[in-house]
Ligand binder design. Structure first.
Ligand code: FAD
Length: 133
């Protein structure tokens, strides 16, 4: 059974590009091995990430990620059963803040990036839009 788990969290310190690259390198290596795909974005010290794959693998990985001391205030935004993956071409895509990032955000009626202000549908729609850039 395939699921999509989307969560938001807050970085425990400002993340440099190198910090993000370190996360992505491990994520991409691990996720490929367990057939998990998804999308991560980061700005204003907030992370928003979606993980798609087999339920047990997604649940297990999420519990591991949630324990990571690089972030806290981890909150599940959405959890749904899906017929197929949406982010299949990304073992873990990443979108930093950019003009296009903010254009997408503006389409949701928001000027600043705070995933807490998004509905679950908006969060997935935002990440899907970022993956398509
Ligand atoms: P190790 O890398 O040896 O980690 C051991 C422990 O140290 C873990 O608790 C880890 O959380 C912590 N740790 C690792 N590096 C650092 C560091 N630089 N600073 C502080 N603590 C550190 N992993 C994935 O596999 N897939 C993902 O999609 C994914 N997404 C992530 C998204 C975010 C926002 C964050 C913060 C982390 C993400 N990670 C992801 C990383 C994940 O939390 C683990 O670090 C990773 O799975 C490897 O853990 P490990 O125990 O196998 O090995």
């Amino acid at each position: 059974m395939l699921v999509r788990l989307t969560y938001m969290s807050r970085a425990t310190r400002d993340m440099s590009l190198q910090d993000i690259q370190d996360i992505l390198q491990v994520a991409r290596e691990n996720n490929q091995g367990i057939n998990i795909c998804g999308m991560l974005c980061y700005d204003q010290r907030y992370f928003l990430q979606t993980l798609e794959g087999e339920r047990d693998q997604v649940n297990e990985l999420f519990l591991e990620i949630a324990e990571d001391p690089r972030h806290d205030d981890v909150v599940i935004v959405g959890y749904e059963y899906i017929p197929a993956t949406t982010f299949g071409s990304w073992d873990m895509g990443f979108a930093p803040a950019s003009d296009q990032f903010y254009q997408l955000l503006n389409k949701l009626g928001q000027n600043t990036f705070n995933p807490a202000d998004m509905t679950p549908e908006q969060a997935v729609s935002f990440l899907t839009g970022l993956a398509a850039l």
